[in-house]
Design a binder for this molecule. Structure first.
Ligand code: ASP
Length: 316
C-alpha cells in the first residue's frame, strides 16, 4: 500500500477565541478528531479515498459544531437549503445536491448521484425525493435547526437592517465542512457539505455543490475542499484553479493553495479557506480568517486538529 493522507475542515466561519468557553472549543476539537478517525479507519484498512472523505464528512454533518447537516445555517426565510458534493479523482466522476432540506446526510445523496452516473447535480425537492428512493435517512427540515443558528440568523438580520453586514463575525456569516484524501492506491477524492451562509437569499446556491469551485479532485494533481464566500470560489473556480496551478505551472500544493486564498480571494475582503492533499500525500490548510476548524493525519499516522493559530496533536 502506498502513502495515505487525510485532511478535513469544519469551515472558516470560526468565532473569536473569547466568544466560546474552553470546553466548547475542546468539544469542537473532539468532533474534528472523530471525523479524522472515521476517515483514517477507512484509509488505513486499504479503503478508498472516496469512502474516507464521505465517512469524515458524515461525522461533521452529524455534529452541531459545524455548518452542515445538523446545525446548518438558515436562509433569510428561516429555512434550510443544504448543498453537498463529492468527487473521485481517479475517474473524475462527481455527484452533488443543492437546495435540499430533508436528507439527513446530504453527502450520501451526492455519492448516490455520482454512482448512478447520469446527472451530476440534482436540486430541491427532486433531489430530496431521489435520496428517499435511494433509501437514505430522511428527516423533517427542523431537524437541522440549532439554537446557535437561530441566534446567528437574528444577528445577520440585525446587521442587514443596520447596514453593517460586512462587520458581522465570520461565524455569524457562514461555515462548511469538507474532507480530502489520498488512498493507498494513489487515488484522490474530495467531499464538501454546507448550509451555505446565514441569511442567504431563498434559492441561493453556493460553491459547495459546484464541481471545480468548492470541491475538486484529480489524480496526479490534488483534492481540494473549500470554505468561505462561495460566490468568489465560483468566480475563481478555486478547486480547479489550485489543481491547474500544480499541473500547468508545476507549483507545490502549498504554494498553489496559498496563492488562491491569500492573494486572489483575500483582495476581495472575504473570508476563505481550504484543505487540500497532493498526489504525494502533502497537505495544506490555508485560511485568511481568524481561524478555521481543521485537522489532518500525516502519512505517518499523526493526528492534528486546530481552530485558531494553535495546533493540537491528538491521540485517535
Ligand atoms: N462556501 C459556503 C457557501 O458559500 C459557505 C462557507 O463555507 O462559509 O455556501
Amino acid at each position: 500500500m502506498g502513502k495515505i493522507a487525510l485532511a478535513i475542515h469544519g469551515g472558516c466561519g470560526v468565532m473569536a477565541k473569547l466568544d466560546l468557553t474552553e470546553e466548547e472549543w475542546a468539544a469542537s476539537r473532539v468532533d474534528l478528531g472523530r471525523a479524522l478517525k472515521a476517515g483514517w479507519e477507512v484509509l488505513s484498512k486499504g479503503g478508498s479515498a472516496l469512502d474516507a472523505v464521505q465517512a469524515a464528512v458524515v461525522v461533521m454533518e452529524d455534529s452541531p459544531h459545524f455548518n452542515a447537516g445538523y446545525g446548518a445555517a438558515l436562509n433569510t426565510d428561516g429555512k434550510h437549503e443544504l448543498d453537498a458534493s463529492i468527487m473521485d479523482g481517479r475517474t473524475l466522476e462527481a455527484g452533488a445536491v443543492t437546495l435540499v432540506s430533508r436528507i439527513r446526510n446530504p453527502i450520501k445523496a451526492a455519492r448516490k448521484i455520482m454512482e448512478k452516473g447520469d446527472a451530476i447535480l440534482l436540486g430541491g425537492p427532486a433531489a430530496d425525493e431521489f435520496a428517499r428512493k435511494a433509501g437514505l435517512d430522511m428527516v423533517e427540515p427542523d431537524y437541522f435547526t440549532t439554537p446557535r443558528r437561530i441566534k446567528a440568523l437574528a444577528a445577520m438580520k440585525a446587521h442587514a437592517a443596520a447596514g453593517t453586514a460586512a462587520k458581522a463575525s465570520e461565524s455569524e456569516k457562514h461555515g462548511t465542512v469538507g474532507a480530502v484524501a489520498l488512498d493507498g492506491e494513489g487515488h484522490l477524492a474530495a467531499a464538501t457539505s454546507t448550509g451555505g451562509y446565514n441569511n442567504k437569499p431563498d434559492g441561493r446556491i453556493g460553491d459547495t455543490p459546484i464541481i471545480g469551485a468548492g470541491t475538486y479532485a484529480r489524480d496526479g494533481a490534488c483534492a481540494v475542499s473549500g470554505t468561505g464566500k462561495g460566490e468568489y470560489f465560483m468566480r475563481y473556480a478555486v478547486g480547479h484553479e489550485v489543481g491547474a496551478r500544480i499541473s500547468y505551472l508545476g507549483e507545490s500544493l502549498e504554494k498553489a493553495a496559498a496563492k488562491v486564498i491569500q492573494e486572489d480571494l483575500k483582495k476581495h475582503n472575504i473570508g476563505a479557506g481550504l484543505v487540500a492533499v497532493g498526489a504525494d500525500g502533502s497537505i495544506t490548510a490555508p485560511y485568511n480568517t481568524d481561524g478555521m476548524f481543521r485537522g489532518w493525519v500525516t502519512p505517518e499516522g499523526e493526528f492534528f486538529v486546530g481552530t485558531h493559530g494553535e495546533i493540537f496533536q491528538i491521540q485517535p
